[in-house]
Design a protein. Structure first.
Length: 458
């Protein structure tokens, strides 16, 4: 296949500008759907709709739609009538069809489903729409090859050929009993090495890897990674085979979750892209910015109450950025490790207590190293300001311990409350540690200055 490049985008964009429908159609007819999607996303709404309308192959049209970002796909769907959407949906696997239909409003959704000529496919779509979006049931498709454990190998081969006609890829052959309960999988190798087997159940592999319809998506992704799966069977509460999930579905989900987590950690309150409108980007950014402003105001109030000490010992002000910055960095580090552990399965919420104890030990070591280092530096640089030196060292010690424990505890608590723990890796931790760190510094400095006494200011 010819390598796709920016020059291709420029060439086809020029054809779109000229409204050269014949040449533009010729150019995109044999392109990969992902490349066509990339071109559409580089165009404005009107030009994208014009080029998309040139695609006269419903299967290609369907594939292109599924390659587009959700927002871009939504724009094109609004330009299509229900009949046209129905024709496109018929070309999709059920999992992709459900994903697309979920983007329609309720009224249009029902109309599109009613226009699908394949009654079995329409029924499968209706069934899949009942599952929660964040579960295996909401991500699975129903296209798969299923054979009965009591079939002979010749009968199995005959049925497989029939079922495989409408499938693009075959990953596994699932073996069920007469009640449609999953009993095993039939590797293709066994079909070659045991061509005369009397019954499939004698050569199938039992105890296949499965997930239930209510299994959360992140757990499904961990199973794919742990067992190096290409596809996994989905069963209901009594073990009946109801669908399958393939690795490409999981990859899409993992990518979307990573993007959401990154945006949460960066202080974005909702999903947003670089090409979104000014209003959309402002709406996503402003909540945490306002919370940051509130945190800054609280910090200024704390410093206002510390004004007398700062006036007497100006050296205290020099270390405010150090206290706040260290607390924020330590907190974000601790929370990032916990969030990563929860995401990849290396940390279980059931072991929260041991993780907090472990973080306490780590924070004690880090706090000791940092505070002793800063103490030694200040003792050498400003030997006459012992009160400041000891205040900064003790404050740093306490701030590092608090930030570590707080940064560990918060994502664990959010996970327990079924809230995305990635929320704890961004501005929330930074702002909280800034305020608490400042409070600790003010209290320790005020207390020690009252005991040791204020140093003489030159």
């Amino acid at each position: 296949m010819k390598e796709f490049s920016d020059k291709d985008i420029e060439r086809i964009s020029a054809l779109v500008d000229q409204r050269d429908d014949k040449q533009a159609h010729s150019e995109i007819a044999n392109m990969h759907p992902a490349d066509i999607a990339e071109i559409l996303q580089s165009l404005n709404k009107k030009d994208a709709e014009w080029l998309f309308d040139l695609i006269d192959d419903n299967e290609l049209k369907a594939d292109v739609l599924m390659e587009l970002d959700e927002e871009e796909r939504g724009k094109l769907l609004k330009s299509m009538d229900s009949e046209e959407i129905g024709q496109v949906v018929e070309e999709l696997d059920t999992d992709d069809a459900v994903e697309l239909i979920k983007e329609l409003d309720e009224e249009e959704r029902e109309e599109v489903i009613s226009l699908i000529e394949d009654v079995e496919q329409a029924g499968d779509i209706v069934d899949l729409l009942q599952y929660d979006e964040g579960t295996a049931g909401g991500m699975m498709g129903t296209e798969m090859i299923v054979v009965n454990e009591n079939w002979s190998m010749p009968q199995c081969l005959k049925e497989m050929r029939i079922q495989a006609e409408d499938m693009d890829e075959v990953y596994n052959i699932y073996v069920v009993d007469n009640d449609n309960r999953l009993r095993g999988v039939l590797p293709l190798k066994k079909m070659i090495t045991h061509p005369s087997a009397s019954k499939i159940k004698h050569v199938m592999e039992t105890e296949p890897q499965v997930v239930r319809t209510d299994t959360p998506i992140d757990e499904v992704a961990l199973d794919f990674e742990k067992y190096n799966l290409a596809a996994v069977a989905v069963v209901d509460s009594i073990g009946r085979l109801v669908g399958r999930i393939t690795f490409d579905d999981v990859m899409d989900q993992v990518r979307e979750q990573s993007e959401r987590d990154y945006q949460l950690a960066s202080g974005l309150s909702s999903d947003v892209d670089a090409d979104d409108s000014v209003f959309a980007q402002t709406k996503a950014r402003i909540p945490w910015l306002l919370i940051g402003v509130v945190g800054g105001i609280v910090s200024s109030i704390i410093l206002g109450g510390f004004e007398e000490q700062l006036a007497q010992v100006t050296a205290l002000a020099l270390f405010i950025p150090l206290i706040m910055g260290t607390g924020g960095n330590v907190g974000v580090q601790a929370s990032a490790i916990v969030v990563q552990g929860l995401a990849n399965g290396s940390l279980d919420i059931k072991n929260a207590g041991s993780q907090i104890v472990k973080e306490c030990l780590i924070s004690l070591l880090n706090a000791t190293i940092i505070s002793v280092g800063v103490f030694a530096y200040n003792l050498f640089v400003m030997p006459d300001d012992f009160a400041v030196t000891i205040s900064v060292a003790i404050s740093l010690f306490l701030v590092v311990i608090f930030a570590s424990v707080f940064g560990t505890f918060v994502p664990l608590m959010l996970e327990k409350l079924k809230i995305d723990p990635a929320l704890a890796t961004g501005p929330f931790i930074q702002i909280t540690n800034d305020v608490v760190g400042l409070l600790i510094y003010v209290f320790i400095s005020t207390w020690l200055l009252s005991i040791i006494g204020t140093p003489i200011i030159a």
